[in-house]
Design a binder for this molecule. Structure first.
Ligand SMILES: [Zn+2]
Length: 508
């Protein structure tokens, strides 16, 4: 079943499922394989967007909560509010004070329900494309190297470095994962994170893996701050990992890309644990590469248990912003809360909530350290997940808890959780008896209506929130690639009435 394969592919490279509940066997018949949605009307960005531009002196910080749909935000808001001792519903997240909000249509050119590669491509290039490909045109079939080489889409990172802006990527996934990679790499397959993932014929045709493209970015001048996971993709298969004696690199070409990167320019700092990270000084011009896990970084809920220690998303964000504080030409920083998505795929709302609130903490840091006069902060999601908030729980009921059953129904209704998923590994038939269950436990897996080995993305609109230069251009119901215009306008133009191309009528 292509859909099942797809779900598994999306999670390829993930750490092991953190939850203890065994996954049920997948039902094999109920999943539609028809993904032949015709390409939408042309959504390519207006031609003038990439005309010669002058940096405005402004900065852009783009926060992407991977899989942070609106129900995730609402549940995360209540979760955080309850952590702080309130009933929860009244809590205001850091980005919920932003006055400029839009609803965002996330579909890919070939998928009704999208993936992160296609959606992040839309955000960073201004053009929608297929699921699974990174910053290449919508005509490129997944895995087609030659078509990809012929159809790269220029990214906001590439435009930024051409104009002397500083650049940064911060994520909790591998730094070569779809969302961060769309900024600096062009690939017909998001899974080509190391050379061992790239088919021989694609290598011969000239395609490079994503880790290699990160190191080669901007003719080797690189990205100024890169913090996240995924050091296995930069190290040879023969090299034992510094943190885990039983793990090795993934590069068949036996190249140590980290050593190469350090050798190519002076003042480059590589760190892989918390102690080294804490010793970094943000007030130097040094470029920094921090890779804190062989694969993805820990979920926020498990971070304290990490052997080598890992900085939080907020700490990494603070470092990057401080690093750029004196940049004359401004900077472009992308911060991804990348594992909200993974927790949802596992049907594990607890870790989705804790990773979502970790992203909110990072937004708060950005608000505290920047001035809305010169820094656009835009918070959005690439796509949603199937999480629902339902039943009639009373005000202040624990968001991870069960819904109290009214006395009149007590004889024939069983307790159920407020949060459930439309599909995923939490499916059970007959439903589990939750009268004694601790549904607020870290490893609890919420019930799902449809059995799938991995919970899926969802296709409804996501939200985007912004403050700062050009933030007022973010309004209405927009195509996801219009977010590019808002970011571009903040970096290169003063907002004016006629460049606010962000409404549906502008999508032709
Ligand atoms: Zn996903």
């Amino acid at each position: 079943m292509r859909s099942i394969v797809w779900c598994v592919l999306i999670l390829a490279g993930c750490a092991a499922d953190p939850t203890s509940t065994p996954a049920p066997a997948a039902t094999s018949t109920s999943i539609s394989t028809s993904i032949s949605t015709p390409a939408p009307t042309d959504t390519s960005v207006a031609a003038d967007i990439v005309s010669p531009a002058t940096p405005s002196g402004n900065n852009v910080i783009l926060f992407v909560g991977d899989g942070m749909g609106i129900s995730t935000i609402t549940a995360g808001r209540i979760y955080r509010g309850q952590q702080l001792g309130g009933t929860g519903e009244e809590h205001v997240l850091a980005f919920e004070t932003f006055e400029n909000v839009a609803l965002v249509k996330t579909y890919n050119t070939d998928m009704q329900v999208p993936d992160s590669a296609g959606t992040m491509t839309a955000i960073v290039t201004g053009e929608k494309t297929r699921a699974g490909v990174l910053s290449v045109g919508a005509d490129v079939e997944r895995g087609d190297c030659e078509a990809a080489l012929a159809n790269p889409l220029r990214t906001l990172f590439e435009i930024a470095v051409e104009h002397g802006l500083r650049t940064g990527v911060v994520t909790t996934t591998t730094v070569t994962h779809a969302t961060p990679a769309a900024g600096y790499a062009h690939a017909p397959d998001r899974d080509w994170e190391a050379d061992s993932n790239v088919p021989e014929e694609a290598k011969l045709a000239g395609c490079r893996d994503i880790a290699q493209q990160l190191i080669d970015f901007n003719e080797g001048k690189g990205i100024d701050v890169v913090l996240g996971g995924g050091r296995q993709n930069f190290r040879p298969v023969s090299a034992v990992d510094p943190e885990y004696a039983d793990q090795y690199g993934k590069r068949n070409d036996e190249t140590d890309l980290i050593a190469h990167w350090q050798k190519e320019a002076p003042n480059r700092q590589f760190v892989w644990n918390l102690e080294q990270f804490n010793a970094l000084r943000p007030d130097t011009p040094d470029q920094v590469l921090g890779l804190f896990e062989p694969s993805h970084m820990k979920f926020e809920a498990d971070r304290a248990d990490d052997a080598g220690g890992e900085p939080s998303l907020a700490e990494m964000t603070r470092f990057a912003i401080n690093k750029f504080a004196n940049s004359r030409h401004g900077y472009l920083l992308v911060v991804e809360g990348g594992r909200i998505d993974h927790a949802h795929h596992f049907g594990n709302a607890y870790r989705a909530m804790t990773d979502m609130t970790a992203l909110d903490d990072a937004v708060q840091v950005a608000k505290d350290l920047t001035d809305p006069e010169d820094t656009l902060i835009l918070v959005t999601a690439d796509h949603s997940h199937t999480l629902t908030i339902a039943g009639y729980p009373p005000r202040g009921n624990p968001i991870l808890g069960t819904v109290p059953i009214p006395q009149a129904y007590a004889g024939f209704m069983k307790p159920y959780t407020t949060l459930t998923y439309a599909n995923g590994p939490g499916y059970k038939q007959p439903p589990a008896d939750l009268s004694e269950a601790d549904t607020q436990a870290k490893d609890y897996r919420q019930a799902a209506a449809v059995a799938l080995p991995v919970e899926t993305h969802a296709g409804e609109d996501v939200a985007a929130y912004a403050q700062g230069p050009n933030a007022s251009a973010l309004r209405g119901v927009i195509e996801q690639n219009r977010i590019f215009d808002v970011l571009y306008g903040a970096l290169f133009r003063e907002p004016t009435a006629d460049n606010q191309i962000t409404t549906q009528e502008d999508v032709r």
